[in-house]
Design a protein around this ligand. Structure first.
Ligand code: G3P
Ligand code: CA
Length: 243
């Protein structure tokens, strides 16, 4: 049965990558949460999509240049709607505190890996281990070297190859990277990929699907997970089972 993962929480309804967005994705019944992680100047794992805080907060600048205390002072809700004033950029550990005892998959997208953030993979793996979340987490990234690094640190942590354009020989590449899953942009999924992944028992977790007819179609292909901004609508499609 295809799972529904909430993209940056339930970003169709709430300010992306905030606690209120994650909590409501869970309330809507999402089986998983997708979020994005960066490293502050003083080494804290901060949940935010962009490298800069400008678009989604009242601040300005790069996360890598700001200390956790400064980042936590920012308002990450008002840009979306005045009623979400006071939402903060979450620390990853705050999200873990909330999800640790819930039956929810946590898909952590590592933004830019060590290219931008020296040692981010080590810090992330340590936090996952500290919370004993190894079984529930899958780390994805467009920076596939970061995924290799994660596996070098702890081979038990699952990784997923994020990509935007179709890959040549995706299963061979998956093996090369040592990853566990493919995270393709949904447009690139074709019959061949479905057949090959099914044959080799490789999960497909695809993004970002906001067209509900497409959710239905992908569920009929039995992909492992669909990442969407609207978990409630996507779950409704699956419940209707008009496949
Ligand atoms: O993880 C899937 C998706 O979130 C990747 O793209 O830009 O929304 O982080 P983006
Ligand atoms: Ca993401």
């Amino acid at each position: 049965m295809t799972q529904i993962w909430g993209h940056r929480g339930a970003m169709g309804y709430y300010p992306e990558n905030t606690m209120i967005s994650f909590k409501n994705a869970v309330k809507q019944g999402a089986n998983g949460i997708e979020l994005d992680v960066h490293l502050s100047k003083d080494g804290y794992l901060i949940v935010c999509h962009d490298e800069r805080v400008d678009r989604t907060t009242n601040g300005t600048g790069f996360i890598k240049d700001m200390a956790c205390r400064e980042l936590r002072k920012l308002d990450a809700g008002t840009w979306f709607d005045e009623k979400y004033k006071g939402q903060k950029l979450p620390l990853l550990r705050e999200v873990f505190d909330y999800l640790v005892n819930r039956k929810i998959t946590i898909n952590i997208e590592l933004k830019a890996g060590s290219v931008f953030y020296n040692g981010i993979e080590e810090k992330l793996v340590k936090l996952i281990e500290d919370y004993r979340l190894t079984e529930k987490v899958i780390i994805s990234s467009f920076d596939h070297r970061a995924l290799v690094k994660v596996k070098e640190i702890n081979p038990k942590i699952k990784t997923g190859i994020l990509y935007l354009s179709a890959l040549y020989e995706p299963l061979k590449y998956l093996k090369l990277v040592g990853a566990d899953a493919l995270h393709p942009y949904y447009i690139t999924i074709d019959k061949h990929l479905i057949i090959e992944t099914r044959k080799n028992n490789i999960p497909i977790n695809t993004y970002t699907v906001n067209d509900m007819d497409m959710v239905k179609k992908l569920a009929s292909y039995n992909v492992n997970a669909v990442i969407t901004n609207y978990p409630d609508k996507a779950l409704e499609q699956l419940e209707n089972k008009v496949l």
